[in-house]
Design a protein around this ligand. Sequence first.
Ligand SMILES: *Cc1c(COP(=O)(O)O)cnc(C)c1O
Length: 222
Amino acid sequence: MSIASNLNQFQEYLDGTCCKLVAVSKTKTESEIMEAYNTGFRRFGENLVQELKKKQHLLPKDIEWHMIGHLQTNKVKKIAAFVSMIHGVDSLKLAAEINKQAVLNKRVIPCLLQVHIAREESKFGFEASDLLDLIKSGAFDGFAQVKIAGLMGMATFTQDQELIRAEFRKLKTLFEEIKSTATGKNFDFTELSMGMSNDYQIAVEEGSTMIRVGSSIFGARN
Ligand SMILES: *Cc1c(COP(=O)(O)O)cnc(C)c1O
């Protein structure tokens, strides 16, 4: 199967749902990305700052670039001028730096708060039990040029469909709770980024608005 036909299948699958596709192009070449681009597709995701910056420089300027990986505070300035959405905001310190760089670039940067929902140990993501209180305390409200657009999460990498479903459901519940309680002017809670090649169908069923799919579109990574 070609990249273009894989992409078309995903578009058809999502047609009529509220869910968008982020094509995860990490490790893939510029010409592979152009194969997708030439079908009319524009929304791509990368997880490394260096690679994202290089591809943004080389590829057409109407591509919507999503930073989906862990982002170090000292690297925000490298992508702040062009990034369309940062999916992995996992600390107040990072949000503060994104706000600072957004101000310097005279723009608003849409961001998602990453929540740790998987069984696996991870250094990244807010704990679901802490996040609602943190938001209620107004901790994010001062970041006027960070648009807090929703949540992002990764389920446990497993074949246990019911575990995956339970984790996505938990994230969706938290999403709805925050949506109905957050009062910050910079909150515009519309996106729930969950689902990858292994589990996107469950994610869509559980209310994802953005699936991040790499290998099922571009093939296995090297
Ligand atoms: C790599 C990656 C994806 C895509 O993974 P696939 O299994 O190839 O679909 C999605 N989200 C994040 C955060 C990633 O790092």
